[in-house]
Each structure stands twice: as structure tokens, then as C-alpha cells.
Design a protein around this ligand. Structure first.
Ligand SMILES: [Ca+2]
Ligand SMILES: [Ca+2]
Length: 297
């Protein structure tokens, strides 16, 4: 067999093997391009609650293209944006859109106007030296939000390469009044390093740490470790992806401050407070009594 024929056969085998993957990737790419061209992004708001009182403290803004066939969820969309090579322009576009959409609702309803707004930010964007740090502030002023209401959620799925620049930009944001959350903690490249350098206001525990936590000792140890750190450094811990009552009750008992997940409130296109299911609330009062008994010993 000639060399070129053998190469062709190799290529065809490769194509066959990766056809589905390539098809999915190109589907995502066009969904992304299309979404930005037509401004056809859907925005959802998921409530974030105090696990002690049940009060809704704020909302995480979640975006994804209307073409849901290409992306199964917001996270997948967001990961794809990170790898697209166009993260900078897409992020700016989505950030403006997010603030506009939440402002449309929050400004009409003073009750929601004071809530915290959690937005997802790719660390690469902040680490880029050409990033204009004043831009977000300008957008906020246009929509009557204060920087203190805004929590920038930084995920670490893509490793940060220029750490010094990254930390410098974060300090700049903090000085402007913004708050910082480390997103998906427990899954990233350098979670502990980032926690130490960035000193976030919030640590968001990834859903993989929360799933079944009531019966998973290793997950419990890691969560307790982060809670200890948080307790000593004035950081608040947010448990993401709470889906069952068992998980909720465990987290309440462990002293996790804040929670988010389908069990407390689904992402919706309109702003709607979440709630602790009644059983969870009853357990908090039971728990308080139990804790008092334990403390007295
Ligand atoms: Ca997030
Ligand atoms: Ca997350």
C-alpha cells in the first residue's frame, strides 16, 4: 500500500472514531456564533439562600443559547466559551446582557433591587492585561446597581497562567467594592492556592462535593476543612447543587452558611425567591436545640 493511501486510511479511521465528537463540537460552535449574532441567549436566575433563615440573599445569573440541542446545560456552554478563543468578546457581550436582564426585573420590583447578583467570570478575562476594569462599573452605574451587590464568580476549570496579574486585577475589583467568589471549589486546578492568594468573600463548593454528602466521609472531611478555613478568615461558604433533603440537613448541621440547588429553588427566567423545604426548616430548629444540648456538655 502506498504511503499516501495508508495516511488516508488512517485519517478516515480517525474521522470515523471522532465523527460524533467533531459533529457535537461544530454544532456548539455554530450555536455560539448564532446566539451572539441574534442575541438569542436565554437568561435564568437561581436563588441563593441563607441555610439558617431561608432568606434569599441573591441570584446567580445563568446564560445559555436558545438552541438547547447543542448544550445540555449552562455549565457546558460556559466551558465551551472558555475554550472558544473568543472568551473576551463573548464574556463582555454576556455580561452586558445579564445586567440588562436582571435590571429590567429588579428595578421594577424594589424588593429584588437590593439582592446580591452572582455573575460568572472567566479568570482568563481578568488576567488579560488589556482588560478594562472600569467597564463593569460603567455598566452597573447605567443600571443602578452598586458594586457591593455584585459577586464575581471565578471558576478554575482553565488554569490561570499569569497568577500575579490575576491577583492584581482581583485586588482592583475588590477596591472598587465588588465581591469575589471562588466557584466550583474542590474541582479546579489550584483551589487552595487561589483561596490563599485571592482571599475570596465566598467559596462555592462544587456540586460533586455536595452530591450524597450525608453518607460520604471523604467529601465531609473536605467540606469541614474548607469551613474551618472560612470560619477563621471571614469567608462564607456556599454549597451548590443541593438536590435532596438529606444533603440539606447535613449541610445545615455542619454549619454551611449559604446554599443553592434545585431543592431550594430552580433557575427561572423570572426573579423568584427560593425557600427551604419545611422539613429542612423544622430540622434547623431541632438542630438548634440539639446543638445547645451538645454545647452545654
Ligand atoms: Ca457559577
Ligand atoms: Ca458552580
Amino acid at each position: 500500500m502506498s504511503n499516501s493511501l495508508s495516511k488516508l486510511l488512517h485519517y478516515l479511521t480517525f474521522l470515523k472514531k471522532h465523527r460524533k465528537k467533531l459533529y457535537n463540537e461544530s454544532n456548539k460552535y455554530w450555536a455560539l456564533r448564532n446566539a451572539l449574532d441574534e442575541h438569542s441567549i436565554e437568561t435564568y436566575f437561581q436563588p441563593i439562600l441563607c441555610l439558617r433563615t431561608g432568606q434569599t440573599l441573591g441570584f446567580e445569573i445563568l446564560n445559555r443559547p436558545v438552541n438547547i440541542n447543542a448544550f445540555t446545560n449552562t455549565e457546558e456552554f460556559y466551558d465551551f466559551v472558555g475554550k472558544s478563543g473568543e472568551v473576551f468578546s463573548i464574556e463582555t457581550f454576556i455580561r452586558r446582557l445579564s445586567f440588562k436582564r436582571i435590571a429590567d426585573q429588579a428595578n421594577a420590583e424594589p424588593f429584588y433591587n437590593q439582592k446580591m447578583i452572582f455573575i460568572n467570570v472567566h479568570p482568563q478575562v481578568l488576567a488579560d492585561p488589556s482588560y478594562r476594569t472600569g467597564e463593569t462599573l460603567e455598566i452597573l452605574t447605567n443600571y443602578n446597581f452598586k458594586p457591593e451587590q455584585i459577586v464575581l464568580e471565578l471558576t478554575e476549570k482553565e488554569a490561570v497562567t499569569d497568577y500575579a496579574q490575576f491577583v492584581k486585577v482581583i485586588q482592583h475589583y475588590k477596591q472598587q467594592g465588588f465581591r469575589i467568589a471562588l466557584d466550583d471549589a474542590g474541582t479546579g486546578y489550584n483551589s487552595l492556592k487561589t483561596i490563599l492568594y485571592v482571599k475570596p468573600d465566598f467559596i462555592k463548593l462544587d456540586k460533586s462535593l455536595i452530591r450524597g454528602i450525608h453518607s460520604q466521609i471523604t467529601q465531609q472531611h473536605l467540606v469541614r476543612l474548607l469551613l474551618d478555613y472560612a470560619h477563621n478568615s471571614g469567608t462564607k461558604v456556599i454549597a451548590e447543587g443541593i438536590e435532596t433533603n438529606d444533603e440539606l440537613i447535613y449541610l445545615q448541621k455542619a454549619g454551611v452558611h449559604i446554599g443553592q440547588g434545585y431543592h431550594l429553588g430552580k433557575p427561572l427566567p423570572t426573579l423568584l425567591n427560593g425557600s427551604l423545604p419545611q422539613y429542612g426548616l423544622q430540622n434547623v430548629s431541632l438542630l438548634k436545640t440539639k446543638l445547645k444540648t451538645v454545647n452545654r456538655r
